[in-house]
Design a protein around this ligand. Structure first.
Ligand code: GTB
Length: 216
């Protein structure tokens, strides 16, 4: 039986590949591992059956042979460790690639999430216009640092790795925000990730879910 992941029955991002099943789908596609997707509604996610898999009532989850995982970072790392293609064989290079995964999730993603929440939840607050530039500036600090480190390299540390996969999925959350345009190297980095055939397959699959849900 192939691994089974969960994803939104109807993603609020309208199939733009911003929900966190996208990074898991992409990892599967990079390593050539077939997988199945169980679609869940917002209500399903809060039911005890789903919470048994995911204590926070979210997607994605991962199930295979009695193993149940949650947290997209843990799932991608599990896939990367079980298959060739996403982590270097050399132990030190492998540790550095995993470091980039953590950097994406714990240094880049939090300020980017702050911006998402500000725009969705705080827009009507009287202090929104004052807070927005503060939140955006925190992101710019990290984008600038990331861009400096990347320099003219194609990927963050040698060949494409799970570190790049995670970083691209995090940074591309800023697509359409106008923030990335000040960092041409990061724009090109995200575009390189999105141009990978494995990304395209994953993207098309999640878009097909949204398209079918919208038609139904
Ligand atoms: N840290 C966890 C992980 O990395 O797996 C976070 C999981 C998470 O936030 N899951 C979200 C979820 O299940 C979906 S991805 N939310 C439902 C809930 O909490 O009730 C987050 C997401 C949702 C929508 C968009 N979008 O519309 O652009 C982007 C990202």
């Amino acid at each position: 039986m192939p691994p089974v992941i969960t994803a939104f029955e109807k993603s609020p991002d309208r199939g733009r590949g911003q929900a966190r099943d996208m990074r898991v789908r992409w990892a599967f596609e990079e390593v050539g591992q077939p997988y199945e997707v169980r679609l869940v509604s917002f209500a399903d996610m809060k039911e005890p059956a789903h919470r048994a898999l995911h204590p926070f009532g979210q997607i994605p989850t991962y199930e295979e042979d009695g193993l149940a995982l949650f947290e997209s970072g843990a799932i991608v790392l599990h896939i990367a460790e079980r298959h060739d293609g996403l982590l270097p064989g050399d132990a030190m290079a492998r540790a550095r690639a995993i470091t980039w995964m953590f950097a994406a999730l714990s240094t880049l993603e939090p300020p980017i999430l702050d911006l998402t929440y500000a725009k969705i939840v705080e827009r009507a607050e009287p202090w929104y216009a004052q807070r927005l530039p503060i939140v955006e500036d925190r992101i710019r600090v990290r984008l600038n640092e990331l861009s400096l480190r990347l320099g003219d390299a194609e990927w963050l540390d040698g060949d494409f790795s799970a570190g790049d996969l995670m970083m691209v999925t995090v940074v591309r959350r800023l697509n359409g925000s106008g923030l990335l345009e000040d960092y041409p190297r990061l724009l090109a980095y995200v575009a390189r990730g999105e141009a990978r055939p494995a990304f395209q397959r994953a993207f098309d699959d999640q878009l097909a879910v949204f398209t079918a849900a919208s038609a139904g």
